[in-house]
Every structure is written in structure tokens, then in C-alpha cells.
Design a protein around this ligand. Structure first.
Ligand code: ZN
Ligand code: ZN
Length: 659
């Protein structure tokens, strides 16, 4: 049983939202895990905390300028930093909880805890758990978040990751997995949201500001003729009654809600949100790909959130009530041109499954903690000769090349193993990332029709199940082996001759793609899902099966700009011309059965994260190929010199490159 402690604080809205979403995701993935969410400011400070919270909220509401000053002071003052770490009662409360719970992993959603943990485990007393921080700010990140150490820092997006790296946090500690929003955001929406041009836009207005302002804003909004308006106004019953009265004559297109726990659903079923630039709200809007018109920004801590929306171009920051109404109106003018652009931009960066991905990482982190050899860091004396002050834990993926295979068939097409068997097989061989790519034939092509009849390719009706099964195995692989599994498809576009035949890999697909699309359309679809389009065995092969597929190679002027990479090696074949042309390359097994593991593979020097892996292939820098040999299953000819390896194999790329 894994024990995970999540630490949060009720200041502002982002910390608690992140903590709750992560807990739900952890429990969803691993029902046996024991997950505790704790606000130690509440436990440790009692009534004093209530006063502090009220002061904070009051300060924010009535004197944003003053708060700005306080916030900057906290950010720059060394004194403030030391005080954060020395907050005695917080430290005591934390020490107590740690002693009783003995967590495998502690996750902090509020900066003060990292300072407390640094205080509790300073000198040579090593801490017996993994510790990670989820940063809930964006872009303008208060340095209190990273001035005390964490094993990893999870950030909502790449620009925030850059801020950390610029401030000296090692790249392998920075994980841009997205903001942990409620996992409901990742569930399919049915029916899907209609275009706003069909029955008019649906606008969600989240009221946080004082009553008077809210009323005036509504009057202006109701002057716009078409939108359907949903208003949420929290637990303020008086305000709710007042708003219902005020919108009486628009009853057919205005709905006033009080407090609601249906925010994810509301965001996904509306076209636009009006609200303040709170950390959770902005991140949830991005997850829902719902454009936002921001009507309030708390200086300092919320500026980053507002900047983020502007940088993504997923909405606008409005200045005053009039400007809000005008911005909303303009977004839906001209067939909603502006809105459509916002929506598209948001879809490109949306990470609705972030809480699940972070949860997977945390669970993986916990198992790492248990594994002997990786050093369960405890109060036990160090082995003689070990350097004092050496890092207690070195992540296994630091400065190591990732062993990858992006072309694998299962028994969903003509492979011999099931998806689960493939996962176990590759996991035990120590792979870091694999992509399962079963054949999907073009039904319009003669050979496509034939091969489908003989059960050698995926039937289009199986695609949904195929995606589900791989998704399930993906989670298991990450927990069990720390291996990333991607869903892919090998699109078979076979003609009657080798020059009219092409095989195209779609790597890391999120959804099915119509097999009848032509190659260029298929590549566009792959890219729209964030996937990689790769030419499989693009040149002449010495193959024990099948025939050459040369169409992509023969039409390079069309396909070089479109494809992300070309297989420079496929199983035992090496395609020298791909190297001569200096095309971006990778190497794959084209795995159909266990003996195919003895074949060319790709090594990537990058962060062990699907997004980083894909980017590494796109950039095609720090990519190497290696001829993999299976020492795990084959009896060695010289047992004394080459004992059976029971541990996953680690490859030294420098040696490989020197060969
Ligand atoms: Zn193929
Ligand atoms: Zn293949």
C-alpha cells in the first residue's frame, strides 16, 4: 500500500483545487493507495490561521495594490524566506504528521512546506520519503516555490518550466505535465459542444467581485442580443436573489446558480467564461478549451495567469465592465471568428488529463522509493566510502539515454503477443518508451480489402477498443516498469506496385483516424492530435516478408516537409539513403514476435516524458540508433563471462556510438 501525503493551504483558490484533483486521480488509478490531503496552516495555527486567511482575502479584495507590495516583498526578501522555513508551529505540525503517517511520498501544493521540510531534514539527517512540489502559479512564479529543494517540480506549462530552469532548477527536476484539474475534464463530453453560431453562444459568468459591480456588468451583458448566460455566484444567497430579480425579463436566456460543484461540466458546456484570473479557474478553462474574458486580476500572484491567457491567445483581459461586454460581443462577431481562433489555440495546449498524469508520476515515484538499490533513504548509516553530502537519490532517468521502440505489432493485427504481453516483454527488457502500431489498412485499396478479410489488420470497428486497451496498459506500464506506452497506428496504403505503396506510422495518437483518408490528410490528422508522422521502411528492404514500400521516398518533395522522421533502420535493415539525405531519423523493430527484439532501436537523450520524447524526435537532435541484443532471455554462450542479466539492461550510448 502506498502512502501519499498532499499538503495544501486555503489561501487563494488554486492550492486546494490542485490538491483535491490530485487526490481523486491517485485514488482513481490506485484504489489501494492511502492519500491524505492536509492543510497544516489549519492544523498548526487554529484560529490564527482564520485571521490570516481573512486578512489575506480582505487585503486582496480591498487593496490589491497593497497586496502587490507584500507579495513582491515576500518574493525578494531573504528575511521572508528564512521566516517561511522557521515557522515553528507549522514545522511541529508537519513533523508530527510525518512521524505518524510515514508517507512514501509527500506532495506540496503551497510553497511554505518545502521550506519546512528543508528545516526538518537539514544537516545529514536524510528524509525517508520522496518530496515533490506542484506549482500552482503560472509564468510569474514566486521564488518561494523553488528556493527550498524538491525532488521534482510540476508546472502547468512549458513557459513556466522555462522560468524554473532559468532560475537554476535542473531540467530533469522540472515536469511540465499541466495543472492538475479535476479528472472529469478528461472524460468524453456527450453531446459535444455545438458551434456558437448554431443556437447562439453560451456564456458562463463566474462572479467573485462585489455585488454592485456584478449587477452593472450584467446590465451591459444583457444589451448583447444573443448569448445564453449562466451565472454562478457562490454561497451568497442574498446576491443570488438579487441577480434573479435583476435578470427577470431575460428569464428565457439567463440562469442564476448559487454554489455549484458542477464547474467542470459548466465550463465544458459553455463557449466562453467571464471571471477573474484565479489559478484554478484559468487552468480549468484551458483544460476545457473554453476561452476566457478576464474581468479581474489580482496584482502579483494572478498576473501570470492573465499573461498566460494572453500569451496562448485563448481569450482576453478586459478593462472594466464596458470592455467585458464589448470583448464578448466581438468574440462572436463575423461567424465567431475570434472565438474560433481562441478555441483552437486552447485546444493545442489543453491538458485535461494532467491530474492523472501527475498521479501516475507520483505513484511511480513511490515505487521507486521502495526499490532496493535506489536507496530507501533512511536514518541508517551510509555504507563506508559513500560521500557525505552526495545526493540521497539520483533519478534513474537523469543523464541517461532513453531506450525506445516506436513500431510494434500486437495480435490486434498480425503480431503474436497481446498488448499486455508486449508491455510485460518490453518492460522487463528495460525499455523507457514504446509505441504500439498495429496495421490499419485503407479500405479503398484492393490489398487493404484482402488483408482485412484475413484478419491481419485492425478492423475499423475495433479501433475504440484498441485505444481503450492500450490506454489501460499505458497506466499499468508506467506504474509497473516506469515505461511510457503510446498508442499508434501503422497506416497501410498498399498499391499494386512497390512505388505506389506506403506505410505510415502515426505515433502517440489520442483518437482514431479514418483509414480511407489519403496520406497527406492522414499526416494532418496525426499532427492535429499532437502525434508524430513517421515513414516506415521507406526504402528497399531485404525482408523475409512483405514487399518494398517506396511511395513516400519517391515523393520526397511532398513528404519531407510533412513527416517528422523516417525509419533509417527497420528490424535488420538499414536504409543508407535516409542518412545520405540527412533526413530526420529513428530506428524501430517492426516487432511481430519476441525474436524481433534483436533489432535496431532508437536512443533518445531527453527528459523521460512523452512530450519531451516527441519533441526530441521532431528536433532530431540527441537521437542515436543501437542494435539491441537480448541478453535477458537467450542463454549466453559463455555463462561465466556473460551471466544472464536479470536487471533491465542499461545502454551506454557513448560506447554504442563508438562502435
Ligand atoms: Zn509496415
Ligand atoms: Zn510494421
Amino acid at each position: 500500500m502506498k502512502k501519499i501525503l498532499i499538503l495544501t493551504a486555503g489561501f487563494g483558490e488554486g492550492h486546494n483545487a490542485a490538491a483535491r484533483s490530485l487526490r481523486d486521480a491517485l485514488e482513481h488509478i490506485d484504489p489501494s493507495a492511502r492519500v491524505e490531503v492536509l492543510d497544516l496552516f489549519e492544523v498548526g495555527y487554529g484560529r490564527l490561521n482564520e485571521v490570516a486567511k481573512k486578512a489575506y482575502l480582505g487585503l486582496v479584495r480591498y487593496a490589491p495594490g497593497l497586496w502587490n507590495g507584500v507579495y513582491r516583498w515576500l518574493d525578494t526578501s531573504e528575511m521572508a524566506n528564512r521566516n517561511l522555513g522557521a515557522m515553528g508551529r507549522l514545522n511541529h505540525a508537519l513533523a508530527d504528521v510525518l512521524k505518524h503517517m510515514e508517507p512514501d511520498c509527500v506532495v506540496s501544493c503551497y510553497p511554505a512546506y518545502a521550506h519546512a521540510i528543508r528545516e526538518l531534514f537539514r544537516d545529514h539527517q536524510e528524509r525517508p520519503f520522496r518530496f515533490g512540489t506542484i506549482i500552482t502559479d503560472s509564468i510569474t512564479v514566486n521564488s518561494a516555490w523553488f528556493k527550498a529543494p524538491s525532488d521534482w517540480f510540476c508546472v502547468a506549462n512549458e513557459p513556466t518550466g522555462q522560468v524554473l530552469r532559468k532560475n537554476g532548477i535542473p531540467a530533469d527536476q522540472v515536469r511540465a505535465l499541466g495543472f492538475p484539474v479535476n479528472r472529469v475534464f478528461a472524460e468524453p463530453l456527450s453531446p459535444p459542444l455545438e458551434s456558437p453560431t448554431r443556437h447562439g453562444p453560451r456564456v458562463l459568468y463566474i462572479i467573485n467581485t462585489g455585488k454592485k459591480k456584478a449587477g452593472k456588468m450584467l446590465d451591459r451583458l444583457m444589451e448583447i442580443p444573443r448569448p445564453h448566460l449562466t451565472i454562478t455566484c457562490g454561497r451568497d444567497a442574498e446576491l443570488k436573489t438579487e441577480l434573479i430579480k435583476r435578470t427577470e425579463k431575460f428569464r428565457d436566456r439567463v440562469e442564476v446558480l448559487g454554489w455549484t460543484n458542477q464547474m467542470p461540466k459548466l465550463m465544458r458546456t459553455h463557449h466562453l467564461i467571464i471571471g477573474k484570473a484565479g489559478g484554478a479557474t484559468v487552468q480549468e478553462a484551458i483544460a476545457a478549451a473554453c476561452p476566457m474574458v478576464i474581468n479581474q486580476v489580482i496584482p502579483g500572484q494572478e498576473e501570470g495567469n492573465a499573461t498566460l491567457v494572453e500569451q496562448i491567445e485563448g481569450g482576453a483581459v478586459a478593462d472594466g465592465n464596458k470592455d467585458v461586454a464589448r470583448t464578448v460581443e466581438e468574440a462572436f462577431d463575423d461567424g465567431a471568428a475570434v472565438w474560433k481562433r481562441w478555441r483552437k489555440n486552447l485546444e493545442a495546449v489543453s491538458r485535461p488529463d494532467a491530474s492523472l498524469r501527475i498521479a501516475e508520476m507520483v505513484l511511480e515515484d513511490c515505487s521507486r522509493q521502495d526499490r532496493p538499490g535506489n536507496g530507501r533513504i533512511s536514518a541508517y548509516p551510509r555504507p563506508a566510502g559513500e560521500m557525505p553530502g552526495a545526493p540521497a537519490f539520483i533519478p534513474s532517468n537523469a543523464n541517461r539515454n532513453l531506450l525506445c521502440d516506436f513500431h510494434i505489432h500486437t495480435n490486434y493485427s498480425d503480431g503474436k503477443l497481446t498488448v499486455a504481453e508486449v508491455v510485460d516483454f518490453y518492460g522487463k527488457h528495460g525499455f523507457d518508451c514504446i509505441c504500439i502500431t498495429d496495421h490499419l489498412a485503407d479500405p479503398r485499396r484492393l490489398i487493404g480489402k484482402l488483408s482485412r478479410l484475413t484478419n491481419l489488420t485492425l478492423a475499423p470497428s475495433q479501433l475504440e477498443e484498441y485505444f481503450e486497451v492500450i490506454e489501460r496498459e499505458r497506466r499499468r506500464a508506467l506504474r509497473r516498469y516506469g515505461m511510457h506506452v503510446m498508442t499508434g497506428i501503422e497506416f497501410n496504403k498498399d498499391g499494386l506496385s512497390r512505388k505506389s505503396s506506403a506505410h505510415l506510422l502515426g505515433v502517440d495518437l489520442q483518437d482514431k483516424i479514418d483509414p480511407a483518408l489519403d496520406l497527406e490528410e492522414t499526416i494532418a490528422k496525426i499532427h492535429s492530435q499532437g502525434g508524430l508522422a513517421i515513414a516506415s521502411h521507406p526504402h528497399v528492404m531485404k525482408s523475409e516478408w512483405g514487399k518494398d514500400t517506396l511511395y513516400l521516398w519517391e515523393n520526397q518533395e511532398t513528404f519531407v516537409p510533412l513527416l517528422d522522421a523516417w525509419e533509417i533502420a527497420n528490424r535488420n535493415n538499414i536504409f543508407t539513403p535516409v542518412g545520405l539525405k540527412q533526413l530526420p531519423f529513428i530506428a524501430n523493430s517492426d516487432f511481430h514476435k519476441p525474436k524481433h527484439i534483436n533489432s535496431w532501436k532508437t536512443l533518445l537523450h531527453c527528459e523521460k516524458d512523452p512530450a519531451a520524447i516527441k519533441q526530441c524526435i521532431r528536433d532530431n537532435r540527441n537521437v542515436a540508433i543501437t542494435l539491441f541484443r537480448d541478453y535477458l532471455h537467450e542463454a549466453s554462450p559463455q555463462p561465466a563471462a556473460f551471466p544472464l542479466r536479470l536487471e533491465p539492461r542499461r545502454i551506454d550510448v557513448n560506447r554504442v556510438l563508438a562502435v
